[in-house]
Design a protein around this ligand. Structure first.
Ligand code: CTP
Length: 404
């Protein structure tokens, strides 16, 4: 529970994106946060205080001049009795009030009176977001120390227009809140890391490719865990359907050749962790046009050629990172194969796992790994992929500290 005991004052202002705020309340509470909701008058035109209050399991504050609320909590206490204020959605109107210090309703008054960090998730029509007045207000709010998440590009719910202005998704807002409230030690501060993750897609022709079952879950979790310890992380990811980890710079690639190029472009780095399930082979000459069936002829043969080994290339590179970690996906002789890979690929650690179908590791949420290094073999119990990532990041931090 990453937000255990944290008190979030959630200000909902009036936009259609307010429907997503209901889910945001659930996601925050799932992580152990207490959510105290405050709604503007306009917000109540989009979602009801009844729904918001039920999900938050708290009273919903709506009125600056409510005698009961003022006696009970009061707007100054409301502004300060929390660890963070999140405004989601933040309308152009409320942002304009904030930027200019207006205080003519409960939301704007609380935002002017607070001494706590404030995160806003803007949501508005793309033309309103692009307007000079909004640009000025955004610049003022940033220089006042207000944190932003989004808006994102995409299709608008109301008008069907596309552009920048959609509110960030609830889980992205949650990740920003977690990052803002994170006071954990940062042993990897000042260090840079490159992580590869996911499968690669090797084209056969413009519409077909060779791929594998890697989900990217383990690699993405490791990138996130290194960032959480303060490293500046570049995640080079093959095609995956999972969300980007928080606080990480993501470079998206498709093939092994592109992955190697992106990794090399990321050097020099202090740490490199190679988690991607890189295809060992690609089609020697991918067709420029879709390959057609020819009546009476069998399938076209596929001639394969070997892909570059990214880990091995970087493990022996003149700019080799201080610490190089590889993975070994095996279905038999796990330890001896991992030991061979350690030497052959120039890695400091190999994280070995058994990916036989019966283990359910490939694509699943759990993992059981062994850490193979020159110092021996360490057996870890079965853990979630997030836990494996945290432990491995801690291991990397220890090793980096040891190496000075
Ligand atoms: N790897 C890589 N580039 C490749 C192949 C593998 O960077 N072209 C990396 C993987 O990211 C992983 C490690 O090498 O960290 C081992 O991958 P694995 O598939 O287990 O090993 P292979 O070298 O492919 O050996 P084999 O398939 O023979 O087991």
């Amino acid at each position: 529970m990453t937000l255990s005991g944290k008190r979030i004052l959630l200000i909902i202002s009036g936009g259609i994106a307010a429907y997503k705020s209901l889910d945001l309340i659930r996601r925050l509470r799932e992580r152990g946060a207490q959510v105290r909701p405050l709604m503007t008058a306009a917000a109540q035109e989009f979602v009801t205080p009844l729904a918001v209050g039920a999900l938050a399991a708290d009273h919903v504050y709506t009125d600056l001049f409510s005698r009961e609320d003022e006696q009970d909590v009061g707007h100054i206490r409301l502004a300060r009795d929390c660890d963070l204020i999140c405004v989601a959605p933040a309308t152009a109107d409320l942002m304009a009030k904030m930027a200019n210090g207006l205080a003519n309703d409960l939301a704007s008054t609380v935002l002017l009176a607070t001494n706590q960090p404030v995160l806003i998730a803007p949501a508005m029509n793309p033309a309103m977001w692009a307007h000079k007045a909004t640009r000025r207000n955004v610049a003022s709010l940033r220089s006042d120390g207000i944190a932003f998440i989004g808006p994102m590009a995409g299709e608008m719910a109301e008008s069907g227009e596309a552009g920048e202005g959609r509110m960030a998704e609830p889980l992205q807002i949650v990740a920003s809140i977690e990052a803002l409230l994170d006071d954990a030690p940062k042993p990897l501060k000042g260090k840079t890391a490159i992580v590869t993750s996911g499968p690669t897609h090797e084209p056969i022709d413009p519409v077909r490719y060779i791929a594998n079952r890697s989900s990217g879950k383990q690699g993405h979790a490791i990138a996130g865990a290194l960032a959480h310890l303060g490293a500046q992380v570049t995640l080079v990811s093959g095609p995956v359907t999972i969300a980007d980890p928080a606080g990480v710079n993501v470079v998206r690639v498709e093939s092994a050749a592109e992955m190697l190029e992106a990794v090399t472009a990321g050097l020099p780095a202090d740490i490199a962790v190679f988690v991607a399930a890189v295809a060992d082979w690609r089609v020697a000459a991918a067709a420029g046009e879709k390959i057609k069936k020819k009546p009476g002829e069998g399938p076209a043969p596929l001639e394969l050629t070997e892909n570059p080994d990214i880990l091995k290339t970087i493990g022996h590179h003149e700019n080799r990172p201080n610490l190089v970690v590889g993975f070994a996906a095996e279905t038999a002789d796990v330890i001896s194969n991992a030991q061979a890979k350690l030497a052959r690929k120039g890695a400091d650690f190999i994280v070995a796992n058994d990916v036989s179908p019966a283990t359910g590791i490939m694509g699943g949420d759990r993992n059981r790994v062994r850490i193979v290094s020159s110092e021996g073999v360490e057996d870890w119990p079965e853990l979630s992929k997030a836990e494996v990532a945290e432990r491995l990041a801690a291991r990397v931090a220890e090793r980096i500290a040891g190496k000075g």
